[in-house]
Structure formats: structure tokens, C-alpha cells
Design a protein around this ligand. Structure first.
Ligand SMILES: N[C@@H](CCC[C@H](N)C(=O)O)C(=O)O
Length: 330
């Protein structure tokens, strides 16, 4: 079985092109494969944050291909912003196209090759959409609250104001001080809301703390549903950018925002359509780390003795790029 180890801003994945098989993997196999190869302790070459399953788009879709997102714990998500940029690059090379649409769970999303951030640091832009603040779209249950925009949530924490937005996967976002950003509260709140037992987000939620560094410059730290802390979360950085504009800089739609994260940096632009709906452009690296082969049967048993791992050399280029950034740190 062929895999491609990739990352967007250090949020790393294995791309699994299902078209290599006579039949796509069964759902149970796909879930088990993600759990086995992504495990940070026993997985494939240090594991990953998830699997991006690429396949043919459905007949009624005009998209060039389809992306499904399987978290490291085997749960499926409706969207993955960092992952979509790497899938866009993969499909761009496969189809010799620089701009096209990729089918995702709820929408065909526009992707486009953009200007490299540095030599061997390839960059793609991805449409993050649809956006909703509705509790039903977030699978969020706080008594009497259909929306959550910069509000206290005494049910889960004091000292913070939260906003909840689906892009379309669910995000809970708080703008915080640097001390709060680097503290333990994010992990405590997110672990509880992703325990599978709490009444507020029974399906879990991605939780982010955001520090405003300057106008149009923010730092986003995320504890992801189905994964835990990650270097970056593309949909979280997109959701945080939209909330930053809505809450602090409502004149800054269509302006580029620098979003720093523990894994590097991306750029975002918040947009509002004529029908008043929102969407976000997420612009960032789409790094191919290594070409990988592993027997499928071995991988499903967590046996990685017979793998091949062929580095592309891009990871060194990415690390050089990050070292050159004037970036805040945790
Ligand atoms: N890291 C991804 C999001 C992956 C899915 C998320 N963990 C969820 O379960 O919603 C991104 O870059 O957006």
C-alpha cells in the first residue's frame, strides 16, 4: 500500500489514495488503519494527526477529487483545512491543474496553487466553508443558547468568553492573554468537552485559545477533537480569523491576516458574500515529507517492519523557513 506523509503548518497526515485499490477500504478498515498508523508511540514512523483518504468525486460533483478526514482516533471529521491544502497539491500534480474544486463532506471547495513561501515550501490556498453559528450545526447543547458569540460559559469555565463556529467542523474559540495561551486551561477545557460523556458537545469539539499579537496578526493554539494538541489546525485558524474580524476588526474583511501557530504560520482572509454568509481563505504550506509503502495487512496489525520511507527533502526546507520567521512561541 502506498501512502504520502504530508503536513500543513506541522499538522501532519498520511494521504491514502483509495484509487490504488481495486475496491476502496471498508469503513472498519479505514478506521483501524488510521488508529494504527497515526499512533504517536506505536504507529508508522512517528504517527500523524490523521489520515486523508482521497478518492474519485461523486458523479454529480464537478470536483476533481474527494477528500475524507479520519482523525488519529478513527473518528471522521467533515473538514480539514491544513489537510485540504496537501490534498490540493496531490491532485494538482495528478491532474496538471492549478485551480479546481475538491469534494468534501458538505461542499465542493475551491483550491488554488499560490506563491511558494520559500524554496521547496509549496503553498496552496483553500476555501474554508460552509460557516455556521447555529447550535444544531455545531451539535452544541447549552440551555437556551442557539448561538455563542463572545459569551461566558460558566458551565465549563470562568475567566473566558467563548465563540462557537462550524466551518463546517465544530470550533470553540476564546481570545486570551499570553499567560492564558501557554497555561493548562486549554487542555483541561478541551479534554472535558471531548470526553464523549459531557452534555454540551456529545460529538466533541476543537478548542482554541487565540492571542492577538498586533492588527491582523494572531497566534492560535488548538486542542483538536480526535487528536489532542496539534502543531496547527487549519479550520481552527480560519474560524479564529473570522472571529477576530467580527469581534475586533469588522472593517478588515478581505484583508490578509498572519496566523502564527506552534508549527509555523499561515495566512487567512475573511470574506462575506453578498448573501451575508461567510467563508475564509486559508493560505499555507503543503509539504510532502516522504513517500511511504507498507503492506496493508501489516499496517492493520500495527506491524511496520516492512515499510519503505523515501524522504523528499522538503521537510528541511520547511524547518529552515520556520526558523526564519519572527514568530511568537508558546
Ligand atoms: N487539523 C484539521 C482538522 C481535523 C479534524 C478535526 N480534528 C475535527 O475533528 O473536526 C484542520 O487542519 O482543520
Amino acid at each position: 500500500m502506498k501512502l504520502l506523509k504530508v503536513h500543513g503548518s506541522g499538522n501532519d497526515f498520511f494521504i491514502l489514495d483509495q484509487q490504488q485499490f481495486k475496491q476502496p477500504l471498508a469503513e472498519s478498515q479505514l478506521q483501524l488503519l488510521a488508529e494504527k498508523i497515526c499512533n504517536r508511540k506505536t504507529g508508522l514512523h512517528g504517527g500523524a494527526d490523521g489520515v486523508l483518504a482521497v478518492g474519485a468525486s461523486s458523479k454529480e460533483s464537478a470536483a476533481v477529487g474527494r477528500m475524507r478526514v479520519i482523525n488519529a482516533d478513527g473518528s471522521e471529521a467533515s473538514m480539514c483545512g491544513n489537510g485540504l491544502r496537501t490534498v490540493a497539491r496531490y491532485l494538482s500534480l495528478q491532474n496538471q491543474q492549478a485551480t479546481f474544486k475538491v469534494q468534501t463532506m458538505y461542499a465542493d471547495l475551491q483550491v488554488k496553487q499560490s506563491t511558494d513561501f520559500a524554496p521547496q515550501v509549496k503553498v496552496f490556498a483553500a476555501e474554508i466553508s460552509p460557516v455556521s453559528f447555529a447550535a444544531k450545526d455545531l451539535k452544541m447543547h447549552f440551555a437556551g443558547r442557539e448561538k455563542l458569540i463572545n459569551q461566558e460559559l460558566p458551565e465549563i469555565a470562568t475567566d473566558f468568553k467563548f465563540s462557537a463556529v462550524a466551518v463546517p467542523n465544530p470550533h470553540l474559540i476564546a481570545f486570551v492573554s499570553h499567560q492564558q495561551l501557554i497555561g493548562s486551561k486549554l487542555g483541561e477545557i478541551a479534554s472535558y468537552l471531548n470526553d464523549g460523556k459531557n452534555p454540551y458537545f456529545p460529538d466533541g469539539v476543537n478548542v482554541s485559545f487565540v492571542e492577538i499579537l498586533a492588527e491582523n496578526k494572531i497566534f492560535v493554539r488548538t486542542y483538536e477533537r480526535g487528536v489532542g494538541y496539534t502543531n496547527a489546525c487549519g479550520t481552527a485558524m480560519s474560524a479564529a480569523s473570522l472571529m477576530y474580524v467580527l469581534l475586533y476588526q469588522p472593517q478588515n474583511f478581505e484583508q490578509q491576516i498572519e496566523v502564527q501557530n506552534p508549527g509555523g504560520m499561515v495566512k487567512t482572509v475573511a470574506h462575506q458574500r453578498s448573501n451575508k454568509s461567510y467563508w475564509i481563505s486559508l493560505i499555507g504550506n503543503a509539504t510532502f515529507v516522504a513517500k511511504v509503502t507498507v503492506p496493508l495487512a501489516d499496517a492493520l496489525q500495527g506491524d511496520f517492519k516492512a515499510i519503505t520511507w523515501e524522504e523528499t527533502g522538503e521537510q528541511q526546507a520547511y524547518e529552515n523557513f520556520v526558523r526564519g520567521l519572527k514568530k511568537s512561541e508558546l
